[in-house]
Design a binder for this molecule. Structure first.
Ligand code: AKB
Length: 315
């Protein structure tokens, strides 16, 4: 029987991941763990919830032992933009939190640990188009530094202690249920909210800035599929997953095809430099070969679904 703990469960990915896991497994076998952000009453009512700071080893050990956890999806993380404003916090939460998760997994002989790495691991000297899975990783942000060290720790804990840690390098994730908090790719989500709420949007990157993006349904699919694949099929611990790439201007045009009145202006701030340090697309052929990774959404399919869902929820 699988008993799962999801950290960062009140965050952008966590909220939808928890619901997806609860439709796949027994509701009570998926324990949501949150820390700073208060969950809604609906979320608390939807299944087991624990308050848990991943920096608190004792709390973490108790949550794992009390709930007989065998699998952790570790989603708690400080994202890139907040990380550049507060690099110390970013280091502490991302590196300290992951270390605690891996140590718990080792001590309690957990079956699986799933990690969200990021396109932020890439930096200087990597081709920006189809950035390879196995590349020199020289990020320019603290967030990227913590994600590289997370990937290295994943490899180390696997080879040294046999902890089955698996990770995907997620691009910007676009979703309709919970807003992202403090990422560089947040403009893409914010643009949809503005369009549905009838507001104009001021985008914090240039119109021509293009980044890899993914719809939440595909991100969840990637995490769950990688968790479930037979270990002998995996050639590595960390996989690029690519879905779509578009510029901020192309996104605004896609939205305008559904919301013709939508307007957007561009006023780049400090996040432009972060975006410029990341690739435009990823080569995800290892994921496609090893575990048959395929995304389901393209830009216009995502736009249609995002706008429909946001209209239902917000208007
Ligand atoms: C961020 O922008 O920080 C995240 C990411 C790409 O990892 N969305």
């Amino acid at each position: 029987m699988t008993k799962i703990l999801v950290t960062g469960a009140v965050g952008q990915i966590g909220t939808e991941l928890v619901q997806a896991l609860r439709t796949r497994y027994e509701r009570d076998d998926v324990v949501a763990a949150g820390h700073r952000t208060k969950p809604t009453q609906d979320f608390i009512n939807s299944g087991p919830f624990v308050y848990l700071n991943v920096l608190d080893r004792k709390q973490l050990a108790e949550a794992v032992a009390d709930n007989k956890i065998d699998t952790i999806y570790h989603m708690a993380s400080v994202l890139s933009a907040v990380g550049e404003l507060n690099p110390q916090l970013c280091y502490e939460v991302n590196t300290g939190g992951l270390y605690n998760i891996l140590e718990i997994a080792r001590k309690h002989k957990l079956e699986r640990v799933m990690l969200a790495s990021s396109i932020a691991v890439f930096g200087v000297g990597v081709p920006r188009d189809r950035a390879p899975n196995d590349a020199v990783l020289l990020p320019t942000t603290m967030y990227g530094v913590t994600k590289v060290s997370g990937e290295l720790l994943a490899r180390y804990y696997f080879s040294k202690f046999g902890v089955d840690v698996r990770s995907v390098r997620l691009p910007g994730i676009i979703s309709s249920e919970t807003l992202p908090g403090g990422g560089t790719t947040d403009y893409a989500v914010e643009m949809y909210y503005a369009a549905v709420e009838g507001r104009s949007y001021t985008c914090f990157v240039r119109e021509e800035t293009a980044l890899p993006m993914m719809y939440m349904a595909d991100a969840i699919k990637a995490l769950i599929e990688l968790a479930q694949v037979e270990g002998s099929r995996l050639t590595r611990r960390v996989y690029n997953v690519n879905s779509m790439s578009f510029s901020a201007g192309e996104l605004a045009r896609s939205i305008r095809r559904v919301v013709p009145d939508f307007t957007c202006e561009y006023k780049p701030d400090y996040r432009q430099a972060i975006a410029d340090s990341w690739p435009i697309s990823l080569d995800d052929s290892p994921a496609r070969q090893d575990w048959n990774w395929r995304p389901d959404y393209d830009l216009d399919k995502m736009t249609a679904e995002m706008i429909e869902r946001l209209r239902t929820r917000l208007t």
